[in-house]
Design a protein around this ligand. Structure first.
Ligand SMILES: NC(=O)C1=CN([C@@H]2O[C@H](COP(=O)(O)OP(=O)(O)OC[C@H]3O[C@@H](n4cnc5c(N)ncnc54)[C@H](O)[C@@H]3O)[C@@H](O)[C@H]2O)C=CC1
Ligand SMILES: O=C(O)C(=O)Cc1ccc(O)cc1
Length: 304
């Protein structure tokens, strides 16, 4: 049975996209929403991100059978505590946070008597806020669901069906493994982008206008990533600290090896490394996993 009433807490990119996607793909489901920011609530109502924008979180969840927290990772616990007294006992609790172990802990501490099944749609952009969301964000994207052991299987099945209805391909994984995988595929790349854009702008001998003028190359792609929301990414690094530090250690070793190849003039080492990474990119494209977001200029692919 599909959820009849979904409450969305946080009406930015992810929450807004879920609301719009439910309207587009699940006509039998009604949505309520709440955001802590009054201006965001107003804009969410104007855009019709949910059927009913509520003035409090308590009102938004009062009759919900699924509540999805779409707030920054560091705000999950507080947002959940706010509704603890009124959340219907059978309501399933989920979220969309980019890290999973710390958020799972925060949600189940705040709502100890509810079933909590965290999830992470690996779908987003560098934009945030109530104007950033769109209904097809999740289409043909992975959504990683990280149920705790011995979870309610009926509710798990319902949550999987919910994400599939929004167009996502669902993968089930334990939260610890999720955090390790995402540390290298998403969190570390963001950290690298934040670093390189900062480094380029701090240079004494290269002007800001030169950086902008000649950013047609790789740098421009990094500036897109480095434009991502500061609050969210601060929270991602603090909430997935251990896995990020593990991957950063490995990355630093590999960077130092390349640094040495350059210093000693070992062209063969550089060439074979770059040949290997080119092959990885090509195999990703062959598997149809290349990025099809509209902002990549390749058009919006339908699920095949
Ligand atoms: N941006 C992205 O590409 C992706 C983000 N995520 C995750 O989704 C979550 C939300 O991120 P976005 O939608 O991108 O951020 P966003 O900044 O667009 O939206 C977050 C919203 O939460 C609201 N908020 C903050 N604290 C609140 C509280 N206590 N109660 C109610 N509302 C509150 C903010 O006012 C804001 O409107 C984060 O946990 C993030 O890790 C997951 C996948 C992709
Ligand atoms: O815009 C990009 O390149 C992203 O990487 C989007 C993104 C950001 C955070 C996530 O947890 C998942 C996806």
């Amino acid at each position: 049975m599909m959820f009849a009433r979904v409450a969305i807490i946080g009406l930015g990119l992810e929450g807004g996209s879920i609301g719009l996607a439910v309207r587009a793909y699940l006509p039998g489901t009604t949505t309520t929403g709440y955001d802590i920011n009054p201006a965001t609530r107003e804009r969410a109502a104007e855009r019709g991100l949910v059927d009913r924008v509520c003035p409090t979180a308590i009102e938004a969840v009062r009759e919900a059978d699924l509540v999805i927290f779409c707030v920054p990772p560091g705000a999950m616990g507080q947002a959940a505590a706010e509704i603890a007294a009124v959340l219907p006992p059978d309501c399933l609790v989920s979220d969309v946070g980019s890290s999973k172990q710390a958020i799972a802990r925060a949600l189940s501490e705040a709502l100890p008597n509810h079933t909590v099944i965290p999830a992470h749609p690996v779908a987003g952009t560098e934009n945030s806020g109530p104007d950033a969301g769109f209904a097809h964000l999740f289409r043909n994207r992975w959504c990683i669901v990280t149920p705790p052991q011995h979870t309610n299987l009926l509710k798990l099945t319902e949550l999987v069906a919910f994400w599939e209805a929004l167009g996502a391909n669902v993968e089930i994984m334990d939260a610890e493994h999720h955090d390790l995988v995402l540390a290298v595929t998403s969190h570390l790349p963001h950290l690298i982008a934040y670093t390189i854009v900062g480094t380029a702008s701090d240079l004494e001998d290269v002007t800001q206008s030169e950086v902008i003028k000649y950013s047609a190359g790789g740098f421009r792609d990094f500036t897109r990533i480095a434009a991502s929301d500061p609050t969210m990414w601060r929270d991602v690094f603090l909430s997935n600290r251990d896995a990020v530090l593990t991957m950063l250690q490995r990355f630093t070793e590999d960077l130092t090896a390349l640094q040495r190849s350059i210093r000693v003039g070992d062209g063969d080492a550089l060439f074979s490394h770059f040949a290997r990474t080119r092959a990885i990119r090509r195999s990703i494209i062959e598997e149809g996993q290349d990025d099809s977001r509209p902002d990549f200029g390749r058009g919006d692919h339908e699920k095949s």
